[in-house]
Design a protein around this ligand. Sequence first.
Ligand SMILES: CC(C)(COP(=O)(O)OP(=O)(O)OC[C@H]1O[C@@H](n2cnc3c(N)ncnc32)[C@H](O)[C@@H]1OP(=O)(O)O)[C@@H](O)C(=O)NCCC(=O)NCCS
Length: 168
Amino acid sequence: MSNPEITVRLATAADAAAIAEIYNREVAESTATFDLVPRSVEAQREWIADRSGAFAAIVGVDPATRRVVSFAALSPYKERAAYRTTVENSIYVHRDVAGRGVGRQVLTHLLDVARASGFHSVIARIEASSQASRALHAACGFELVGIEREVGRKFNRWLDVAVMQHLL
Ligand SMILES: CC(C)(COP(=O)(O)OP(=O)(O)OC[C@H]1O[C@@H](n2cnc3c(N)ncnc32)[C@H](O)[C@@H]1OP(=O)(O)O)[C@@H](O)C(=O)NCCC(=O)NCCS
């Protein structure tokens, strides 16, 4: 697969296993997620079911193979009512196809969804050493707001979080 045009659609329960496979590799091997325990397919199905309406989960599909190669989602930023125009995003790309423009296509689509849903501000919370994620978000118009120091711990080391924001 070289620089594929990705089809992007809403995630369905049938995507749970493919999404869990992408996610669980990052749980086990990287600090991209601060989860420490892999997600079961059942838990992944519930995660998808929780994301409907404005808080959408989408998948990127390689049209040639129909394989889910990426997923992304919008989640509530904070509970208090005045935060309701802000949303937090996440995005993951299967390592087999990383660095080929898939992330940029899927994140661009996710921002369109956020805009269409009326959100004003999108926040990404990124483990600060992740150059790929910071570059992807910068390429899609996010700007660095600040760094939270040593707020996480995984693989026996402290983790900083880079907070990046896109005003829609
Ligand atoms: C971060 C991630 C989503 C990027 O997706 P991707 O499909 O590899 O990214 P793209 O190929 O679309 O690249 C997007 C931009 O980031 C840059 N980029 C991608 N990987 C990079 C890397 N390793 N180092 C530096 N820049 C990188 C690209 O040059 C591109 O910029 P450009 O369009 O201006 O040339 C993917 O690597 C991933 O899933 N990583 C693990 C999970 C993760 O970190 N998720 C983010 C949690 S907040």
